[in-house]
Design a protein around this ligand. Structure first.
Ligand code: GSH
Ligand code: FE2
Length: 430
């Protein structure tokens, strides 16, 4: 292997042999970052590298990237890996170029290197870093600004979408934390979002949900109380309310959507500062799912996941794989360069968290879609859904989320209780 020392704490290299990885620990390296997708020709694969690295006493990070598909999530994962390492890091790809490129992106974004110095820095180390310059220039021209917050407990991605011109923003799909083992709730995720909003000097104009989530509580109501901003969801939520009112035997549940400030119909528009936003009805995962198209970004939540992960399930009460296919087709009819932001990432193969793709990438790479017609999709989706157990929080979450993220009202002792219907979801996989 050919190693280039960038500084005392950071080196890059081409592909090390597994035997070379085994020696790294003894030579002072503390963390190995593998940037090569497993499918890449000549890559030994993440599993083998991880084993060799751990045997050598190293921490191991798998951050597979390609120059063409590089996103903010990749840069964030790389930054975190450097920051969390307790000593020298070696990052490798095939040649070392992607390792140096990611390093430079972190340096420029964090203000330690000027964009104008990137090319010369690359040349000094023997690499052409023009893709880094292009990526940074493209990033600077993008609107809206999208900041993602990953919740590792529920694999959810929450977003703050902001208008750089007015510093007004919307929060999309915030999570209210809940531990089903202890019954504890907390606002850790939502407070992280609020801290970002305060630090960036943003004003919240909307608190948006894409659908009534089945795997976590929504923090929409908490954030509405904290910010005074209006909450919104798709207008078909009233059908979801009626469905779950039956499951919970809950006569007092209002099923008119009055728990939100606004219910969006298909095609409705609204604004976030000077940005214009449009709603697409995207049923399938749930009866009421919607997509928010804001500038060149679409928040597709549980329709498409990352291209290496496929699509969302369609087997919840009110779900439909045929409807999901139609919704996905409408999303993929957006311009090819549209940035798609998904609602979950289950980190296939142990890779870092990713959440941003484009229409073009989804069409070409998503295994549930590329070269598959409607009948093929429905068959594949339904076959997979027959194997999936219900999300562990579905019965907990819906009774909160059909009320816009309000916890159940306290009883006369001041305590709140959830109600769990037994044998209601017949035929569900255990
Ligand atoms: N194990 C997770 C499952 C979550 C789940 O079912 N996620 C939905 C989105 S809410 C999905 O579409 N999963 C797709 C899949 O697993 O193929 C949980 O218990 O919360
Ligand atoms: Fe979902």
């Amino acid at each position: 292997m050919k190693t280039i020392v960038v500084n005392l704490l950071f080196s890059i290299s081409d592909q090390p042999a597994l035997a070379e990885i085994a020696d790294l620990g003894a030579n002072g390296t503390r963390c190995l970052i593998n940037l090569r997708p497993d499918a890449e020709e000549g890559a030994p694969g993440s599993k083998a590298e991880k084993r060799a690295a751990e045997d050598s006493g190293l921490n191991y990070r798998f951050i597979p990237v390609t120059v063409a598909d590089l996103t903010e999530a990749d840069v964030d994962a790389f930054r975190a890996a450097l920051a969390e390492s307790k000593g020298p890091v070696l990052a490798h790809c095939k040649s070392g170029m992607r390792a140096l490129l990611l390093y430079v992106l972190v340096e420029v974004i964090d203000g330690r290197m000027a964009l104008a110095d990137v090319t010369a820095f690359g040349e000094t180390h023997g690499f052409d870093l023009s893709p880094a310059v292009n990526w940074l220039q493209n990033r600077a021209g993008k609107s809206p600004r999208v900041k993602a917050f990953f919740d590792p407990r529920t694999w959810s991605v929450q977003y703050v979408v902001s208008d750089p011109a007015t510093r007004r923003c919307a929060i999309i799909d915030p999570v209210l934390d809940y531990d089903e083992k202890s019954g504890q709730t907390s606002t850790e995720n939502a407070d992280r979002i609020l801290a970002y909003i305060a630090a960036e000097g943003l004003t919240v104009e909307w608190i948006l949900d894409t659908h009534p989530h089945a795997d976590h509580f929504s923090a929409a109501f908490y954030l509405k109380q904290k910010t005074g901003a209006p909450s919104a969801i798709g207008d078909h939520v009233v059908e979801v309310q009626k469905l779950w009112k039956g499951f919970y035997n809950w006569p007092s549940l209002a099923t008119d959507g009055s728990q939100w400030d606004r219910l969006f119909g298909d095609g409705e528009t609204f604004s976030i500062g000077t940005l214009s936003a449009r709603v697409m009805f995207s049923p399938g995962h749930t009866l009421a799912s919607i997509t928010y198209v804001i500038g060149d970004a679409a928040f597709v939540h549980d329709t498409l996941f990352m291209p290496d992960s496929g699509t969302a399930r369609a087997d919840f009460p009110g779900g439909s794989s045929e409807a999901l296919y139609a919704s996905i087709s409408a999303i993929l009819a957006l311009p090819d360069e549209t940035r798609l932001f998904t609602g979950h990432d289950y980190q296939p193969g142990g890779r870092h968290v990713r959440y941003e793709s484009t229409v073009a990438q989804q069409k070409a790479q998503n295994p549930h879609l590329a070269g598959i017609d409607k009948a093929g999709f429905v068959e594949l989706r339904e076959a997979r859904d027959r194997t999936l157990p219900m999300p562990k929080l579905i019965l907990h979450a819906l009774q909160v989320n059909v009320r816009g993220g309000r916890l159940p009202e306290p009883e006369d002792n001041g305590r709140r209780y959830l109600k769990i219907p037994l044998d209601a979801l017949e035929g569900a996989v255990w």
